[in-house]
Write a protein that binds this ligand. Structure first.
Ligand SMILES: [Zn+2]
Length: 105
C-alpha cells in the first residue's frame, strides 16, 4: 500500500511562483538560493519554498506590467526531477570542496 506522504508521478502540487507579464512564462524557486529568471529575463524568483522573493527589472513601468505572485500547479514528476537536481548540485559542491582540500595540501 502506498503512503499518502509519498510523491507519486502526475499528482499535482501547488507552489508559489510568478508569471512574467512579458513572456507569460510561469517560474518558481525550488529551494533556498535557487535564483531563477524567466526566459526573457524580465523578472526573477528566489527563496525556495519557505518564502517567495521576486522582482523585475524596471521600476518605472506601468502597473499593468507589474509581476504578481500566483500559485502554480506542477506535478510530482517535476518535483522529483528538481529534487534530484538539487541532490546532484550538492554532491558536486561537496566533491569540489574535497578537491580543493586535496590541492591545498
Ligand atoms: Zn519573461
Amino acid at each position: 500500500m502506498q503512503s499518502k506522504t509519498q510523491l507519486t508521478a502526475n499528482e499535482p502540487i501547488l507552489v508559489d511562483g510568478i508569471e512574467c507579464p512579458m513572456c507569460k512564462e510561469q517560474i518558481w524557486s525550488r529551494y533556498g538560493h535557487d535564483f531563477r529568471r524567466c526566459p526573457c529575463k524580465y523578472c526573477f524568483v528566489d527563496g525556495g519554498r519557505s518564502y517567495l522573493r521576486y522582482g523585475w527589472g524596471d521600476k518605472d513601468i506601468p502597473q499593468a506590467l507589474w509581476v504578481k505572485p500566483l500559485e502554480i500547479k506542477i506535478d510530482a514528476t517535476e518535483e522529483i526531477r528538481d529534487y534530484e537536481e538539487k541532490a546532484r548540485k550538492a554532491k558536486e559542491e561537496r566533491d569540489k570542496k574535497n578537491e580543493d582540500r586535496t590541492w591545498n595540501r
